[in-house]
Ligand binder design. Structure first.
Ligand code: AMP
Ligand code: MG
Length: 333
């Protein structure tokens, strides 16, 4: 049987070319991106229905710009009683800030706003304005009580945009497990979660988009039970009058759009939440720090496409890569 190839962002088009009778498939728009769910076996249709409902619910609850959402009211009031997924996401995010020495930080919103990424109109702030927004950044100021109350530091506002899709993948994975679905693949923008094996008992094939080519890919990975998440500045950026690009991923340390030697950063691991947060963080770190970070981690693999054209892959995944755009250099643990 032909292997199934899942390209983040292009998954919908590819999925339609590989129909399988026992599969249930649905595509819809939520969390600011196109989402495709494909599940196999008994219970797949019901699980997909439940998963779609849950993703749409998360999409509005976790969006700071949706009127009355959990995150918007937390940002407005500075505190909120939270439960379930909202609390789970914030707790996990605080832990991931600690793990990345605050390179990944959901309190990034004041900086994101300052540069105009919420309205889409670029604003070049002064050093003073940057310092003022930076003074509001720091997840270590978020207090989470045992009863579930979350209190932000004075003036802090959160934006879970760098982790929400990966978190949703984990929530959906649990829905499938509860419904007895053992084989499924989901694509949420640049996030692909491969659950179990493909229906023909082979690995899933996941393509990583080529930043330089619309429908091409950098390489194809062969994975089972892994989430593959890619971050980069090549699709979402603002441009100034001279054509200079300002990417949407911000370095909390400089308070500016990250100037990274990485064009595309992919993190592969079992947890969607971890893969999503860390792909954003790895991008900000740049290749040298990202490689050190990988060497000090035992739950992730990374693939980095650098601005000098090199394609690097960590040793845990390098052997499962095919159809590469260029020769792969292996990163040893
Ligand atoms: P991703 O596409 O997962 O890399 O997430 C990028 C989005 O996360 C941006 O559009 C911002 O909303 C937000 N973001 C930007 N920089 C950071 C950062 N350093 N830490 C956490 N979130 C960020
Ligand atoms: Mg991310």
């Amino acid at each position: 049987m032909k292997k199934r190839l899942f390209l983040p962002l292009l998954a919908a088009a590819l999925l339609s070319s590989c129909k399988n009778n026992s599969a249930d498939e649905c595509s819809f728009y939520a969390m600011d991106t196109y989402i495709t769910l494909k599940a196999y076996g008994d219970g797949a249709a019901q699980a997909n229905e439940e998963a779609q409902k849950k993703i749409k619910e998360l999409s509005s609850e976790l969006d700071p710009y949706v009127e009355g959402s959990a995150i918007q009211s937390l940002n407005l009031n500075g505190k909120a009683d939270t439960a379930g997924e909202v609390r789970g996401l914030i707790e996990a995010s605080v832990g991931l800030s600690e793990r990345t020495s605050d390179v990944f930080d959901i309190t990034i919103l004041p900086l994101k706003k300052l540069w105009g990424f919420d309205t889409g109109v670029l604003y070049i702030p002064s050093a003073q304005e940057i310092a003022q927004a930076q003074s509001l950044i720091g997840s270590d100021r978020i207090l989470i009580s045992e009863s579930g109350q979350i209190e932000l530091g004075e003036g802090q506002k959160i934006d879970p945009g760098a982790v929400a899709k990966g978190y949703a993948c984990d929530v959906v994975k649990k829905i499938y497990a509860d419904r007895g679905v053992e084989s499924a693949i989901l694509s949420l923008g640049g996030n692909v979660m491969a659950i179990g094996q493909g229906p023909d008992k082979s690995s899933w094939s996941v393509g990583i988009s080529d930043p330089e080519g619309g429908t091409d890919y950098l390489c194809v990975l062969s994975v089972t039970d892994k989430c593959v998440v890619t971050s980069g500045n090549y699709r979402r950026y603002l441009t100034d009058d001279e054509g200079r690009r300002y990417g949407h991923i911000i370095d909390p340390e400089s308070g500016r759009p990250a100037e990274s030697d990485i064009v595309s950063a992919t993190v592969i691991c079992e947890s969607g939440t971890v893969a999503d947060a860390l792909s954003t963080a790895v991008f900000v770190m740049g290749s040298e720090k990202a490689i050190d970070f990988y060497k000090n981690s035992d739950d992730i693999d990374i693939i980095l496409y650098l601005s000098d054209g090199r394609l690097l892959a960590s040793e845990g995944i390098a052997g499962q890569i095919s159809a590469t755009k260029t020769v792969i250099q292996t990163i040893k643990h």
